[in-house]
Write a protein that binds this ligand. Sequence first.
Ligand SMILES: Nc1ncnc2c1ncn2[C@@H]1O[C@H](COP(=O)(O)OP(=O)(O)OP(=O)(O)O)[C@@H](O)[C@H]1O
Length: 292
Amino acid sequence: MTAVVDRPGTAISVDRLAKSFRGPLPRRGVNEALRSCSFDLPVGKVAALVGANGAGKTTLLTVLAGLLAGDDGKVAVAGRTAFVAQEKPVYRHLTALDMLGVGARLNLVWDQDKARRWLDRFRVPLDRPSGRLSGGQRTQVAFAVALGSRPDVLLLDEPLAELDPLVRREVMADLLVEVQESGMTVVLSTHVVGELSGVADHLLLLDDGRLVLAGELDDLLAGHVRCTGPRAEVPPVAGTVIEAKHQERQSSFLVELPAGEVPRGIAEPWTSRPVNVEELVLARLARRGERG
Ligand SMILES: Nc1ncnc2c1ncn2[C@@H]1O[C@H](COP(=O)(O)OP(=O)(O)OP(=O)(O)O)[C@@H](O)[C@H]1O
């Protein structure tokens, strides 16, 4: 079971969490979905959980939500959680308003106005059976129910998948307002990495069940640099090469700087520039592909 965080200012604390699934008979191989994952997330932050298909994002969110037990390690969450799962539960005959009624009955704390405002804001038909709502509208119903329960920690599994680009932006902007007003903490898994800037302030990057990046986004970005210069086998700065691209006369490296290193200017003809979240994540994910 998920424990309660006892450190003030920490919303989620995960320490060496491991979770395996057993494959089907007769071979019954073990699938390590999470391998010794550790991170802390402060209260009031928005963390983006990214990783390739099958990296372990849903498994981590499900454990954080208290719906699945880890095999090893510790998980602690401060306060009440709400979980919007990837497959939105559809009670086909219940309308959006019925769903709010269910939310009101199932939750000890319930804010009907907040839930209702979300449905109105995104123009969700209130009295149409859920089975006849679009995928995006069903997502909004799930959001409304989750927000109505006034969670301290909101866990969202690919919430943007069924929303059009404009609505995605509106939903993220409104969620940020909720975070600012309520002090809620959000963890959202997503493949839409290009839209994370200005939304997420923390990044959790899973690679085959391992948490390979975890921390404040600005710190993670500052710990990497892109160097471009004449064709070379190694970059002009110390660190771990995350990505190397070579053309006939030019090389470009994305380098993770040694911990605590302040990036210094590099000698001409090399040039360096900061990396953005999209290229950092894509380079990390591609690295996995190269390793097989
Ligand atoms: N109930 C289960 N039984 C067996 N294996 C499972 C189960 N749930 C997940 N897995 C496996 O655990 C690994 C992690 O799955 P998970 O759903 O957490 O990944 P994900 O990062 O959310 O993927 P996606 O981006 O495709 O949604 C995968 O290899 C998956 O096949």
